[in-house]
Design a protein around this ligand. Sequence first.
Ligand code: GDP
Ligand code: IMO
Ligand code: MG
Length: 429
Amino acid sequence: MPDNSSKVTAIVGAQWGDEGKGKITDFFAGEADFVVRFHGGNNAGHTVIVDGDTYKLHLIPSGVLYEYPTSIIGNGVVIDPAALINEINYLKDKGVNPKLKISDRAHVIMPYHIEMDIALTKHQGKLAAGSTKRGIAPVYGDKMYRHGIRMIDLTEPDVFSEKLDKAYSFNQTVIEAFGHSIELNKKSIYEQYIEYGKILSPYISDVSVDLFNAHKKGASILFEGAQGISLDVDHGVYPHTTSSNTVAGHVAAGTGVSFRDIHRIIGVTKAYLSRVGQSPLPTELSGVEAETLREKGGEYGTTTGRPRRVGWLDLVQVRQAVRTNGLTEIALTKLDILSGFSSLPVCHSYKIDSKEVKEMPASLSQFRTAEPIYETLEGWGELTPDMIEKGFNTLPNTLQTYVQYIEDQVDCPVSIISMGPQRHETIIR
Ligand code: GDP
Ligand code: IMO
Ligand code: MG
């Protein structure tokens, strides 16, 4: 059974996203009162498999598949209303009726943000991150410029019109300066988004106050991160990042629940590495080895369907995730996918300018030249379902050594072992 004795838990990505946060969140969500997204938008794609049914979630937290917990989208999340309405309908079609609340302060992704995302990516060329084209950088940009549109605005036609005038003309000017023609119509955007506001208004609430009051009464809260540490806009491999903070510390800013209240911080870490998008990737595999791992791990993006780049586990990255998130533990996923490899290189440091480096460099030129320094560990054979029942000590010794090596290198306990995509394919140590 999940140990949920600590009442406020954050689950975050310790790599490049797609570590299995959805699966681990779902595993713990059954005992939570609230499951809360605190940043990112529908650039995220979280897959949860329950009783053989697959659910792909982008905005709604992965606790939604249980009847009891309330799903919350915090103010730090950016919302494409059309995508959210589609996701609500997708879940309803599958027999799931989301118990959902959306922050009135969450910023809204507008059609011009998506146009701007395309124009920006083209303009940035080699420095681009290879975005999901969901409008993420432009919506967070508008938030910081302070002409963004928030969920509450969609319910106030006069304010919305006033704000849309400013935001539209700003975005139109920049998009056209990039040489793109903007084939959008402000009036129809206005009408469409007022309509979205009507559909979504029953869900809109001051969720910071809701969470505060519930927490005071002892409610348990599970925060679900999106993306991962190397995509964090401050700590990640900038500018090949997303535009939000993925670190657990952002829970406070992204929901209004104080970081003082978080007891448990779980960093989800894939037993190898995958990356969708553009950036240097020191431990990247190529050729047949990459193909084999990608196919075996089903490494295709949940959001865009792009093939994910794959590589060996990079502990320089995980070490940074432990430190910057204050991880109390690691959930190590996809160990089943590594079965059958005779040996498993694990990167513990980089060689940069002939020096051994243990921490992620801020310098892009250094990161571009970083060479992984590996310790090669012995692989293991097939994992069988009875091992889940019998627990960690019955797993192959070589797998146990792999786990212990990670713990020693990054100084954090691996308390959760995931060896399959289904909820029950999980071992708590
Ligand atoms: P997220 O974005 O971090 O939630 O991860 P994604 O859902 O995008 O990608 C992780 C993929 O791995 C999904 O297809 C999951 O169903 C799957 N998955 C998660 N944990 C495991 C595991 O331990 N073993 C296997 N084989 N698949 C897993
Ligand atoms: P989850 O929550 C993997 C990547 C994109 C790109 C960069 C910037 O499923 O782990 P953006 O659209 O945010 O401007 O893209 O970030 N990216 C992700 N990669 N998993 C994700 O989310 C991602 N969300 C964004 O590929 O490199
Ligand atoms: Mg994903």
